[in-house]
Design a binder for this molecule. Structure first.
Ligand code: HEC
Length: 198
């Protein structure tokens, strides 16, 4: 009896894992092959830290070092931006971010500087080199849930490690206003992400 029980447990575990994914609603073969990871919320409505974001589609890394921002940048790290792959597949086809799209902006500190501008010299030259992770910002598209903030929900999962397990939605005056004012497409800064800028 022991072995069948173990197998049954493994199978139900696998089903539970896959149940958080939903098929992309598309007839296109390639889009259909890309499963979507949709946002998950706690019972009280907080966003759960998205899973497996390091395996998502990477779109760019803006960098605003301290030395170019009066010695104290708000975000002195690389801002590594990822989009959830199932949403990306739909975006490529339709040119619109579908409901449930998630962007993950992981902050990554630069390695300690050797020069006054914070740069260092490595085998490839003088510049800024990625070091430790340092928290994350996340946006989620849901036109109904986030109607007050332009159809996107804004979340911060700490500006240090470890990242928070869950996060509360931020008000318009803290995040959305700036995206709504200057981001190129649907409140996303596609002007910095050639992969999405079409
Ligand atoms: C003053 C303007 C401003 C404010 C306020 C702001 N952002 Fe952004 N955000 C940007 C810019 C510019 C980018 C483009 C990439 C970069 O420079 O980091 C960006 C990029 C992002 C991205 C990557 C996806 C995208 O839209 O390009 C996420 C996720 C994000 N911000 C979340 C947040 C969250 C969460 C807050 C509030 C806690 C916030 N932002 C507040 C300017 C802002």
């Amino acid at each position: 009896m022991r072995i069948p029980l173990l197998i049954a447990g493994a199978i139900s575990g696998a089903i539970a894992m896959t149940s958080v994914f939903a098929q992309a609603g598309s007839t296109d073969d390639s889009a259909q092959a890309t499963k979507r990871y949709l946002p998950e919320y706690t019972e009280s409505g907080d966003l759960i830290l998205p899973k497996n974001f390091h395996e998502w589609v990477y779109v760019g890394s803006p960098l605003t070092p301290n030395a170019l921002n009066g010695g104290k940048a708000n975000f002195p790290e690389f801002h590594n931006v990822y989009i959830e792959p199932g949403s990306y597949a739909i975006y490529k086809k339709t040119g619109e971010f579908p409901e449930g799209t998630i962007f993950f902006k992981e902050l990554q500190l630069v390695l300690p500087g050797q020069n006054p501008d914070g740069s260092r010299t490595e085998a490839s030259g003088r510049g800024y080199f990625p070091g430790k992770f340092n928290g994350a910002d996340v946006t989620v598209k849901d036109s109904k849930r986030y109607a007050d903030t332009g159809g996107w929900g804004y979340y911060n999962f700490n500006h240090h490690e470890p990242k928070a397990a869950t996060a509360k939605v931020r008000p318009k005056a803290e995040c959305a206003f700036c995206h709504m004012a200057s981001a190129k497409k649907d409140d996303v800064w596609t002007q910095f992400y050639p992969l999405l800028d079409n």
